[in-house]
Design a protein around this ligand. Structure first.
Ligand SMILES: Cc1cc2nc3c(=O)[nH]c(=O)nc-3n(C[C@H](O)[C@H](O)[C@H](O)COP(=O)(O)O)c2cc1C
Ligand code: SF4
Length: 404
């Protein structure tokens, strides 16, 4: 990180919809897998969010919360359904608001992409999930409408709990992605078969939530702009979908991949690392000699192509952002308006305050993905910040065969 300039655009005050944002560095949605078994907010989850809010990010996106129990992606994921304890969700929001930071609920349904082995998964079509191999059953028309309703009910619960807005998880392979992609949506009814029909689920979810929360509340989305697979969703179709959402009043867009072959496609190992850092951090001891790291801000081309195609709503760049120099360059080039960071906040929840105070070093996170490998097993945390944790991680890795 580099020292703050006299007028530092990173620390601009910005109003979007109902939000007053104090800086452009957001905490990206990061699942915590720290809830109770039924998805209720736990004390440790509240503590976890308190720590992040204390660090003063411009805004916090929660980890994705399931909108029905059959949409649960991982054990200990937070749920936001009528069966979950609303008072606990309220308590979480209050803990964040105490630090005057807006908190946005990310809503999601896993479709066929889940670690839960007690769920018979459902998806637009019966293709086995590309990451987990789960064999879904095909949703019928009534169930599809019911699922749109589930998103709406969860949005209403989020408003009652005091969240400042909603972020729809429409990327990275989950249910909305499955409707958006021609690979996983081979339906021939009104929900698939062509671009317009593949839009219908995402637009249906968006419109139902918008109607529920009103025109002035912040409503944004992480949108899968293209599939990793070359025969899948094209950038052109992905951008056209964003434009439709924009014309219905979407407040902000965070572009990402749609379907993926592995989570590493989105959570890229060693992103933003340089050779020196890879060597000195001992990265190679744990993950092979991978000093050829992924570049910083690896979705910046997707963000740029949205601007070039005439999308004017604020763009949130996520993925491997590691320096304020890079952020300022992106702002100068008008490629994005906000920056969402995930792994750096796991390691340093107080990061934004540190930058404000003149922090000039690189972020401590080396993007090794050890934290991601524990998803669903342990609460999200940095596993390489002390020797005991590294030892525990190695034992854990030996015990579990991990694909991602
Ligand atoms: C442990 C972990 C959990 C994640 N959970 C979510 C999630 O709940 N929702 C989401 O949209 N992205 C999730 N992501 C992806 C991040 O938001 C982000 O896109 C990705 O990590 C790249 O950003 P980074 O390089 O700043 O980590 C998760 C990432 C990690 C490492
Ligand atoms: S384990 Fe720690 S260093 Fe590695 S990616 Fe996660 S937060 Fe960063």
């Amino acid at each position: 990180m580099t020292k703050a300039h006299i007028h530092d655009p990173i620390f601009d005050n910005i109003q979007i919809a109902n939000l007053n944002i104090k800086n452009r560095i957001f905490r990206a949605a990061t699942s915590e897998t720290a809830a109770e078994k039924n998805g209720d907010v736990s004390d440790s989850l509240i503590e976890f969010y308190s720590e992040i809010a204390k660090g003063q990010p411009g805004l916090i996106f929660t980890g994705h919360m399931f909108v029905e129990s059959e949409g649960q992606y991982a054990p200990f994921q937070t749920g936001i359904t009528p069966q979950n304890d609303l008072l606990r969700l309220k308590k979480l929001v209050r803990a964040v608001h105490k630090f005057n930071v807006p908190v946005i609920a990310e809503l999601s349904h896993c479709g066929s992409q889940t670690m839960m082995n007690n769920i018979i998964t459902k998806s637009p079509s019966v293709l086995p999930n590309l990451i987990y191999g789960n064999q879904p059953r095909e949703l019928n028309e009534k169930e599809i409408k019911n699922l749109i309703d589930r998103f709406k009910i969860s949005a209403a619960l989020a408003m009652s709990a005091g969240f400042d807005g909603i972020h729809i998880h429409g990327g990275n392979g989950y249910l909305i992605s499955q409707f958006s992609s021609p690979i996983t949506n081979t339906r021939e009814d009104g929900w698939g078969g062509n671009e317009k029909n593949r839009d219908q689920f995402f637009l249906g979810v968006y419109k139902a939530i918008r109607k529920e929360i009103g025109p002035n509340r912040f409503l944004s989305a992480r949108v899968g702009i293209r599939d990793v697979q070359s025969n899948g969703l094209s950038v052109e179709e992905g951008i056209a979908r964003v434009k439709k959402l924009e014309s219905c009043g979407l407040n902000s867009i965070e572009p990402t991949y749609n379907l993926m072959n592995t989570y590493k496609d989105n959570i890229k190992p060693f992103a933003g690392n340089d050779i020196i850092k890879s060597l000195t951090s001992g990265t190679f001891l744990f993950d092979g000699f991978k000093i050829r790291a992924h570049k910083e801000g690896y979705y910046s081309e997707l963000c740029e192509s949205l601007s070039l195609s005439g999308v004017t709503i604020p763009k949130i760049l996520v993925g491997g952002i590691r320096t304020t120099n890079f952020m300022r360059k992106i702002l100068d080039e008008k490629k994005a308006d906000f920056f969402a960071l995930s792994r750096p906040f796991i390691r340093e929840p107080e990061l934004v305050n540190k930058i404000k105070k003149g922090y000039i070093k690189k972020v401590a996170c080396v993007s090794c993905n050890m934290c991601f490998k524990h998803e669903g097993f342990h609460q999200t945390q940095c596993w390489r910040n002390n020797i005991n944790k590294i030892a525990k991680h190695l034992i854990f890795t030996l015990k579990h065969s991990l694909n991602n």
